[in-house]
Design a binder for this molecule. Sequence first.
Ligand code: SF4
Ligand code: SF4
Ligand SMILES: [Zn+2]
Length: 261
Amino acid sequence: MDIDIIELSERKARFVLSGVSASFANAIRRSILAEVPVMAIDDVNIYENTSVLFDEQLSLRLGLIPLKTDNKSYVFPEDCNCKGAGCPLCKLSLTLSAEGPKIVHSGDLVSADPMVTPADTTIPIIELKDKHKVVVEAIARLGTGRKHSKWQAGVAGGFKNMPVITIGECDYCGNCVEVCPRNILKIEGNKVKVVNVIECSMCRLCEGECDMDAIKVTSDPVSFVMTFETTGALSAKDIALEAAGSIKKRAEQLSEIVNAL
Ligand code: SF4
Ligand code: SF4
Ligand SMILES: [Zn+2]
């Protein structure tokens, strides 16, 4: 297996995975979406809410605010020594106290742990009118997207086969170059050059425009272009590492079970 990183920023990753099957690439995608543990608000104690939002709506909005996660310091409630009763290892408290008139943003949440705070501070939660007030304590816990989308750290994850473009005998008419919506093809002297093939959408418009049947667009069955973004809970690099680690761990568990049969 080879990995060629095309783009790696805090919130986005794009890489080419070669020498693997489609099911393995899909396992990576699914693991990124569903198996990476992050913190999210899971319980809300409402002490005062005189806003226009019902308590349930307010709680739902709080639950969907991505929290920057330090997942080395927390454990799943079900794995904790306290058996999920709630202790500093499996539970984090964030408070919110605001009075109108104002728009309450995610940045108004005050976390008891400076390492776990809203990933973006400008997410609007509620508009409070004059004398409206909210006072809440939000409890965050570690979880995965498999259980609920609020724990989903990787988003917009997808992959496609690596496009392969071959050009046979050709009269350099340039029709394929003109029709390509992604500027993948160029005429250079007596040659049709393929540039940035990774951006090819495989729409095959170029094939349809070629009277000589010279250009062929196919895909590499063992090479995939993978892309995903993050909610900001973890960096793209950490999500990729956690997702791969989760697959490895489950494969080892399966191997142990099979060997014990
Ligand atoms: S398949 Fe579509 S995007 Fe790819 S080179 Fe041909 S026209 Fe361009
Ligand atoms: S359309 Fe066909 S013949 Fe014309 S430049 Fe492209 S590949 Fe060559
Ligand atoms: Zn605990």
